[in-house]
Design a protein around this ligand. Structure first.
Ligand SMILES: [Fe+2]
Length: 304
């Protein structure tokens, strides 16, 4: 009885089902043991078949409970993501220049992860953080977020708050916690010149460094209020120049390798030139010679 009471009260062991085998056939004792967490009671002498059937039943009940719990968590996660996705849609409805950006970053970063042989859970996490990385822009006033033309230093300072705003919006959702460093640090730079914390190199979570490459690429090939979209080739040149400076060399290498593979894919390279990139891409999103060359900026400082 003492052992059962201790097991029942132990936070680590209390959830493990156990069966009591005893020669005591007193009903009151049996009832007491069941109340204290015993999942079954076998009175000695018992045969092996009885024991096996009891344990099999326990395992099957436990499995069903775990399955139901998993289903409940999956449903909760789906509902939460649907709510957050609505926020992203609301954000992108405000700003025509970032429309489809979050989805495109999510797609690019998950393809990078798959290219590096990441597992399904990592890919799923990156898809979610890719979609959410700019959620903090919802807290940026219209006259700054939607301003046509270049931003002043003060306005940039406001824009630079969006990673912190995003992390605080999502900070109270337990299942998003592991993704917060991606939201918070997607504008950190490998050389330490980024924001909000000025982190350097591997101080920045790998997922945030990967997201930064995808984010930068997609920002470069998109029209901005103050410049037209750059060509795919020009964007790739800039990405290459920035490895080790703004961008993580390992992640740039993975991105270049991914793009090389996509371009060598005859299915992709047969896709016709589509002009200015606007929509979130499908799987064959970056065909050879995707975008006609345009005159434009020579750096990536315009990406925020
Ligand atoms: Fe951002």
């Amino acid at each position: 009885l003492d052992l059962c009471r201790k097991l029942h009260g132990d936070p680590d062991l209390g959830t493990i089902p156990f069966v009591v085998m005893s020669s005591n056939s007193d009903r009151a004792v049996m009832r007491q043991l069941l109340q204290w967490g015993a999942a079954g009671y076998l009175v000695k002498p018992f045969n092996l078949e009885q024991a096996v059937i009891t344990v099999e039943k326990l395992i099957s009940d436990h499995f069903l409970i775990l399955l139901k719990e998993r289903e409940r968590l999956d449903l909760e996660q789906k509902m939460m993501l649907a709510g957050i996705t609505s926020l992203i849609v609301a954000l992108e409805a405000r700003d025509q220049y970032t429309r489809g950006h979050s989805e495109a970053v999510a797609l690019l970063v998950t393809r990078m992860a798959a290219h590096r042989n990441a597992g399904p859970e990592e890919i799923e996490s990156l898809a979610i953080s890719g979609r959410l990385h700019d959620i903090g822009k919802i807290g940026i006033p219209d006259h700054i977020l939607l301003k046509p033309g270049r931003l002043s230093e003060e306005e940039f300072a406001v824009i630079r708050k969006h990673p912190v705003i995003g992390a605080s919006i999502l900070g109270s959702i337990p299942s998003i916690k592991p993704l917060l460093p991606v939201i918070l640090h997607h504008h950190e730079r490998f050389d330490g010149s980024g924001y909000p914390d000025g982190l350097k190199g591997e101080q920045i979570l790998l997922w945030a460094r990967m997201t930064a490459v995808a984010d930068t690429y997609h920002a470069l090939i998109s029209d901005r209020p103050y410049r037209r979209a750059l060509s795919h080739n020009r964007a790739m040149e800039i990405i290459d120049e920035e490895q080790g400076r703004q961008l993580c060399p390992e992640c740039v290498e993975a991105f270049q390798s991914l793009m090389g593979d996509i371009q060598n894919d005859p299915f992709c390279s047969s896709t016709p030139d589509r002009g200015t990139y606007q929509k979130p891409p499908a799987v064959r999103m970056i065909p050879t010679g995707l975008i006609p060359g345009r005159s434009g900026i020579s750096g990536i400082s315009s990406s925020f």
